[in-house]
Write a protein that binds this ligand. Structure first.
Ligand SMILES: [Zn+2]
Length: 308
């Protein structure tokens, strides 16, 4: 049963205390009841400040430990409003916008919040794309049509995967990669696409030797077709992404901040049929309390960005 606020007023009323926020996190993290993170025991006593004492191993567990809220100094009430803001902005959230809405003293804090929420938007290695998937790369930060003046000094390389859904597009994945090599491309594919799936690419050598996939490379030059005809879904996604980046942020997204926006775009795109903003809020909170199975891979997702 999905339980979420439907309006800002509902959110304000329901989550006016840290305790109410904790209850909500608890229900999403342990829908079947408490599970000890250490011994998997199912019995615990409630203590102060959101802590639970495991009856079996005496471990003191917090509903926030291991989630994106671990070690935060900001109250959960503020986090919940940030999540509502991010999921209710149809055009995407900026750190400046978040700072204003929450009345935060510093831009840096707002940026760090967005950066943490980003980790909950797309979880590498989980829910990988399946079936038949198109993969191609693109650049961001070159002079884009419709933008006056210089955008950025450096171009960023972005790799995109789009799942086929009949004639349409299913789910997507994207990531910034430092360079176009076999290692970065194969890493992206293995994190984004389930083994055994069909992978459609152009004939570039970096895509060669994709083990564990049904690879279907097409040499664009010899085919008599353009890249957008051969890989129509991934090209459609790239053009939507660029329009969004240009429209929302006036093209002012710097390559070093791009990772956040790629994940936000992916989160929105993969839930684009979801009519309710409250449901997006629910999904993001739910993903925020799902504990990472292992530390983040760093190759395609450097952690040194922003003020996180
Ligand atoms: Zn325990």
């Amino acid at each position: 049963m999905e339980d979420y606020p439907r309006t800002l007023l509902e959110l304000e009323r329901r989550f006016s205390t840290v305790e109410a926020c904790r209850e909500y996190l608890f229900a999403l993290r342990w829908p079947e009841g408490f599970v000890c993170p250490r011994c998997q025991g199912g019995q615990a006593w409630r203590m102060d400040r959101g802590l639970w004492l495991c009856a079996a191993c005496r471990y003191q567990a917090s509903v926030m430990a291991g989630t994106i809220f671990q070690d935060t100094r900001l109250p959960l009430t503020l986090w919940f409003r940030a999540i509502w803001h991010v999921t209710s902005q149809k055009t995407g959230a900026s750190a400046l916008g978040l700072q204003r809405v929450l009345g935060l003293g510093s831009y840096r804090t707002a940026w760090a919040m967005l950066h943490k929420l980003r980790r909950a938007m797309v979880r590498p290695g989980r829910d990988r794309l399946t079936g038949r998937v198109e993969v191609d790369e693109t650049y961001w930060g070159a002079v884009e049509k419709g933008v006056i003046g210089r955008l950025t000094e450096k171009k960023a390389l972005v790799i995109v995967a789009a799942q086929e859904d009949g004639q349409g597009i299913g789910r997507i994945r994207m990531a910034r990669i430092p360079e176009l090599t076999k290692a970065t491309v194969h890493e992206f594919v293995s994190q984004s696409i389930h083994p055994g799936s069909g992978v459609r690419t152009d004939g570039l050598s970096v895509y060669a030797d994709l083990e564990g996939y049904q690879h279907d490379p097409t040499v664009i030059g010899g085919s008599g077709h353009t890249a957008s005809e051969l890989l129509p879904r991934v090209h459609r996604v790239v053009s939507l992404l660029k329009r969004w980046l240009l429209g929302t942020h006036q093209g002012a997204v710097r390559p070093e901040h791009l990772d956040y926006y790629l994940d936000e775009f992916t989160f929105r795109f993969n839930r684009r049929t979801s009519a309710s903003r409250g449901k997006l809020f629910y999904r993001l909170v739910q993903q925020a309390v799902q504990v990472e199975p292992k530390p983040y891979r760093t190759l395609i997702r450097p952690q040194s960005l922003g003020a996180g």
